[in-house]
Ligand binder design. Structure first.
Ligand code: FES
Length: 138
């Protein structure tokens, strides 16, 4: 066997070994690394006297957390990054749920997956309102 034949066979062998690893984990090929983890040790406040949270149905993203004001005036806070591949989710006041514009995953108001391809829930955070100051915390 000359050098060229050896490299050819080794190359094919290595490719054959690596292919199943990537194919077997195709759903996770780089995905888990690209999905940001949900914020932890959260504790911050927002002024809701103006801006998106001043009216029912509005929402904003701050510090990686989507904060929404429902159509009835209560507040929700969830991790903004979709658990599928990390795209920032949006809030639908009409359906009171979170929707990922990338591949269509949907999450209920409590962060649970209601439609894939996401399989993990959004992380939820506590909220408390004092006057116009909304506290978001873990
Ligand atoms: S990134 Fe959200 S559904 Fe794929």
């Amino acid at each position: 066997m000359d050098r060229k034949d050896f490299l050819s066979q080794v190359g094919v062998g290595a490719a054959a070994l690596l292919a199943p690893i990537c194919l077997g984990g195709i759903a996770g090929c780089g995905k888990s690394d690209s999905t940001p983890s949900a914020p932890t040790n959260v504790d911050f406040t927002l002024d809701i006297s103006s801006g998106a949270l001043a009216t029912n149905g509005g929402y904003l993203v701050s510090q990686g957390i989507l904060v929404a004001r429902t159509s009835t005036g209560s507040f929700l806070a969830v991790s903004a990054a979709c658990t599928h591949e990390g795209t920032s989710v949006t809030y639908s006041a009409t359906n009171n749920n979170f929707v990922c514009p990338n591949h269509g995953a949907k999450f209920s108001a409590n962060g649970a997956v209601t439609q894939g391809p996401a399989t993990r829930s959004l992380t939820t955070y506590q909220t408390s309102l004092s006057g116009n100051t909304l506290r978001i915390y873990s």
